[in-house]
Design a protein around this ligand. Sequence first.
Ligand SMILES: Cc1cc2nc3c(=O)[nH]c(=O)nc-3n(C[C@H](O)[C@H](O)[C@H](O)COP(=O)(O)OP(=O)(O)OC[C@H]3O[C@@H](n4cnc5c(N)ncnc54)[C@H](O)[C@@H]3O)c2cc1C
Length: 282
Amino acid sequence: MRIEDPKVVAALPELNVELRRAASLAELTSLAIGGTTDLLRIQKQESILGLLSLLDSHGVGHRFLGGGSNLLVGDGELPWVVVQLASPDPDIVLEGNFADVDAAADLGRTVTYCAKHDLGGMEGLIGVPGTVGGALRMNAGAYGMQIGSYVREVKYRHTSFAPDDMMLAVKLELPSKPYKEILQGIRICNEKRRSSQPLGQKSAGCIFKNPPGASAGRMIDELGLKGLNVGDARVSDRHANFFVNAGKASAQDMLALIADVRGRVRSAFSVELEHEVVIWNA
Ligand SMILES: Cc1cc2nc3c(=O)[nH]c(=O)nc-3n(C[C@H](O)[C@H](O)[C@H](O)COP(=O)(O)OP(=O)(O)OC[C@H]3O[C@@H](n4cnc5c(N)ncnc54)[C@H](O)[C@@H]3O)c2cc1C
């Protein structure tokens, strides 16, 4: 979508919002799939309400983008604009066992920054790409931990016209642990990831949620579907719940592969797999 209305375009600099024309979502997502739209980068959090009400009053639909690591975005010209928070400096402030973190902060950097200050608990999240806001929205977790366990307060911007609230910042409470011990935990988690995930390839992490008491990846693997493909969209040979873009996969290819695998799992196990990946296809 292009923002055509000159009144909207003129109001953006006053709101400290940077307009990037025809941004490619393929370049902004880890799956490297997605069409183009105007991208609005918010430099000051105070501008969010003004921006969202401006977009709403001019009929411009929007989606919030974090780090783009859990998204499958549709092809071609997209029918909404994308709103993204720019990260302030500093984006993490520590006080005792509390960390006040901006939603736009990089998750991995947050984990290591806290670790260096002897604050642990989030070792499992090392290697999860994206922002702290995206991690909160998805309740990112791995190896028996979830970020939600450490959240004490979330600062939102709520408006009646936005489809979702935007998260601006979070207060985490983290257990004290010596840096060396945290580092050891980080190394173990890194090693587990390296040995089980297709890290060098373009993916969005797990495509499906694990059904209660079961593993989506194991079911897909048991059906012999590793390597199954539609065009360049492929079930990873390494981890059956990671679907990779092995070249120039389109959203259509990836959606067809997801539907195919879901159908086969339904037929074989009578289980309806739910998407973990967030699909922006309309
Ligand atoms: C190699 C790889 C490994 C991964 N491993 C894991 C793993 O172990 N565990 C795990 O849980 N996930 C994993 N993921 C998935 C992904 O990294 C996480 O879900 C991550 O937390 C998403 O953050 P993001 O900033 O990239 O969000 P995005 O992909 O940008 O957005 C995801 C959703 O959050 C919303 N959102 C983002 N920011 C905000 C905000 N500030 N306010 C409101 N809504 C917002 C978006 O609108 C969207 O609906 C992996 C992904 C990859 C590519």
